[in-house]
Write a protein that binds this ligand. Structure first.
Ligand code: URA
Ligand code: SF4
Length: 222
C-alpha cells in the first residue's frame, strides 16, 4: 500500500491540492467511489473541522458534510456560536467507503480501517499546513486517532485543548501552532438512543455534549 504521499504536490496552495486529489491512488477506496470529496470552506478559516469520511450524499455531491450529519453539525455550530462560514471543513479519509449487496442497491457506510486513515493522512497534513487554523476540531474517533494518535480516547479526553505541534523549517523540534480538540461525531448524536424508550432525551443529551465541546472552541477563538 503506497499511501497518498506520492500524489500530494509540494509547495502548492489549497487549489493545487484540490486539483491533484482526484488522481490519488493511495489506497483502494477511490475505485468504487463516485469522486474524491476534498474539503469546503475558507482557506483562511480560524477553525478546521475534520470528520471521518464522506457519506453517501457527500460522495454524490463532492462536498463534505452536506447530508444529515452535516445539518446536525450546522445546528451544533450555530448553538455554540461558531460560524460555519469561518470554518474549513474536511475529512480524515477523502473517499466514501461502503458495502453494497448488488449494483443499484443502497450503499451502506463502512468505517475506514486504520490503513485507510494512514494512507490518506498526507492530504490532511498538507491541507492543515496550508490553512494553518487556530483550532482543529476532530469530529469522532477516526479523525482524533489520525491527528492525536491511535491511543487517543474521545470519551476520555473530549472537549480538551491540546497543543497542535507542527514541523518548523530550520527548527529541530516541532513547534506549537494553535490547538487540537476532539469531540463526538455528529452522526453519534443522530444515533444516540435509537431503539430505546427515551431516544429523544438521549439525543438531546448527546447534542448538548457536542455543543458544550464546540463552546470550548468558540472561547478559544474569542
Ligand atoms: N460524515 C463525515 O464524517 N464526513 C462527512 O463529510 C459526512 C458525514
Ligand atoms: Fe487517496 Fe485518500 Fe482516496 Fe485513499 S481515500 S485513494 S488515500 S484520497
Amino acid at each position: 500500500r503506497p499511501g497518498a504521499a506520492q500524489w500530494v504536490p509540494a509547495g502548492v496552495g489549497l487549489d493545487g491540492l484540490r486539483s491533484a486529489a482526484p488522481a490519488c491512488r493511495g489506497c483502494e477506496l477511490w475505485e468504487p467511489a463516485t469522486q474524491v470529496v476534498f474539503s469546503s470552506g475558507s482557506p483562511t478559516a480560524r477553525v478546521a473541522l475534520v470528520g471521518e469520511q464522506p457519506g453517501d450524499q457527500e460522495d454524490r455531491a463532492g462536498e463534505p458534510f452536506v447530508g444529515p450529519a452535516g445539518r446536525l453539525l450546522d445546528e451544533a455550530l450555530d448553538a455554540a456560536g461558531v460560524a460555519r462560514t469561518d470554518a474549513y471543513v474536511t475529512n480524515a479519509v477523502k473517499h466514501f467507503r461502503f458495502t453494497q449487496s448488488a449494483p443499484g442497491k443502497r450503499r451502506i457506510h463502512q468505517s475506514p480501517d486504520r490503513v485507510h486513515v494512514e494512507a490518506c493522512r498526507p492530504w490532511l497534513g498538507a491541507e492543515l499546513a496550508v490553512v494553518d487554523p487556530e483550532v482543529v476540531v476532530c469530529l469522532g474517533a477516526t479523525a482524533a486517532k489520525a491527528l492525536l494518535g491511535p491511543s487517543f480516547r474521545v470519551t476520555k479526553s473530549r472537549g480538551q485543548l491540546f497543543p497542535r505541534l507542527v514541523a518548523d523549517e530550520g527548527e529541530a523540534a516541532a513547534v506549537q501552532s494553535g490547538w487540537l480538540m476532539a469531540t463526538i461525531h455528529p452522526s453519534a448524536v443522530l444515533r444516540a438512543g435509537v431503539g430505546t424508550d427515551d431516544a429523544e432525551a438521549a439525543r438531546a443529551q448527546a447534542f448538548d455534549g457536542l455543543v458544550a465541546d464546540l463552546r470550548v472552541v468558540a472561547a478559544a477563538l474569542a
